[in-house]
Design a protein around this ligand. Structure first.
Ligand SMILES: Cc1cc2nc3c(=O)[nH]c(=O)nc-3n(C[C@H](O)[C@H](O)[C@H](O)COP(=O)(O)O)c2cc1C
Length: 402
């Protein structure tokens, strides 16, 4: 593999800033050690959220599924348990009428003095949508999401009552709605189907991806930016990318851990991935892409590993970055160089990993960003910790494989 040139010139596509997201977990059950539970372990949840805030994360995602805790209620709890971290509410338009969604989000925003963010889920699985009475085909779900964004923004900004008669929603004489704390609440959209790019490119403040090989992700970023420009936008959506890092003191030790983890994750997936996730081929494009990458190769670029996606049907965020904190921080900077400004990381050993990333990975990435801001030059982390760009790394990656 040719080693890219990590000289001191900062790539033109590089984001000047990076913020970190991590998902909030409600109980100690993990993919490594699944403990079937239907509940919130309050002490664990409080410890988890506190660890994210102390660890320097900027946002926490409250995901949504038909059998999960309600993301709004959990976000409100996060807001009161923290001072700084921003709760990202995953919201499916089929579950909440848009003016009510606007009201809930504005309430959360005021209760957190302006920290609310919303991630609109159009829904990657017809079966999952049907569990809550939503029978729209996916492309229509995205059209509904598009109308939903318009109503959210009008509900937050219109100073006089207004009526709306759209394809999916109709109401009369609404408002002025309950207002956000100070500024508009950022709207994120995720998904990789054509419809996702169209709606996200035209209307999203943030467009989110699951972790892909660098060049593939860069062309997806250019695609959403192209749609944004074509729609006459002057600001491009911020780019959010998600990984499952597996770190240890050295690359070699990280790979020993990775092989151990993937065996456990595969076993629990086989054992527990029943009705909700399904063992069949995923319907959403993001997961299909992840499986295609996994079929093509296990290793990409500096540290991207796709085996974790292959053994879990790429359900949700499923691609890993494997290595020492330095190698993983350098890999994250590679994505920042491609335009990502929001990096979501969550481990398989949930709480312990969240703490470790906060101690060992976030500071390294932030040091480099500060160095770039001060000097206008790239530091040496990416040149010094080559990961898979150096021959010994792939030896570790293949060692210990069954
Ligand atoms: C970062 C990220 C977070 C997501 N969180 C959720 C979630 O909490 N619940 C959910 O049902 N879908 C979630 N999704 C799935 C998508 O929002 C989307 O609806 C689905 O993947 C449809 O995908 P497609 O357009 O790629 O086919 C998430 C996607 C991304 C990229």
């Amino acid at each position: 593999m040719t080693v890219p040139d990590f000289d001191s010139a900062i790539p033109e596509t590089a984001s000047p800033e990076v913020e970190f997201i991590s998902l909030s977990h409600l109980n100690p059950s993990t993919e490594l050690n699944p403990v079937p539970t239907r509940g919130i372990d309050l002490a664990y949840f409080r410890r988890y959220v506190a660890a994210l805030e102390e660890g320097g994360y900027d946002y926490t995602l409250l995901p949504y599924g038909s059998n999960s805790a309600d993301s709004f209620v959990v976000a409100s709890a996060v807001g009161q348990l923290t001072e700084r971290i921003r709760p990202i509410v995953a919201l499916r338009p089929n579950t909440t009428f848009p003016t009510v969604g606007a009201q809930k989000l504005a309430t959360l925003d005021q209760l957190t003095e302006g920290r609310a963010v919303v991630h609109l889920i159009s829904g990657g699985s017809d079966a999952e949508q049907a569990r809550q009475g939503d029978y729209l085909p996916k492309e229509r779900r995205y059209a509904r999401t598009s109308e939903y964004v318009d109503v959210l923004r009008r509900s937050w900004t219109e100073s006089a009552p207004f009526s709306h008669d759209g394809e999916f929603y109709r109401f009369d004489d609404f408002g002025p709605g309950f207002a956000p704390y100070a500024s508009p609440i950022p709207i994120s959209i995720g998904g990789q189907s054509d419809e996702a790019f169209q709606v996200g490119g035209e209307k999203a403040d943030i467009f989110s991806f699951w972790g892909e090989p660098l060049d593939d992700l860069r062309s997806e970023i250019e695609r959403v930016n192209g749609i944004a420009r074509a729609s006459g936008r002057t600001t491009l959506p911020r780019i959010w990318v998600t990984f499952r890092p597996i770190i240890a003191r050295t690359d070699e030790l990280a790979w020993e851990k990775a092989h151990d983890y993937v065996a456990k994750v595969a076993e629990s997936f086989q054992k527990y991935a029943g009705r909700m996730i399904g063992k069949g081929a995923p319907q959403n494009v993001g997961s299909k892409r992840a499986l295609a990458f996994a079929n093509r190769s296990e290793l990409y670029d500096r540290a991207l590993w796709t085996k974790t996606a292959a053994v879990t049907g790429a359900a949700g965020a499923s691609t890993a970055l494997v290595g020492s904190p330095e190698t993983v921080a350098a890999a994250i900077l590679d994505y920042v160089d491609r335009g990502a400004s929001l990096v979501s990381i969550r481990g398989y050993d949930t709480l312990a990993d969240a703490v470790d990333y906060g101690r060992y990975v976030l500071p390294l990435v932030r040091q480099e960003i500060a160095h770039r801001r001060e000097t206008g030059r790239r530091g040496t982390l990416q040149a010094e910790h080559l990961g898979n760009y150096a021959p010994e790394y792939s030896r570790y990656a293949t060692a210990g494989q069954a």
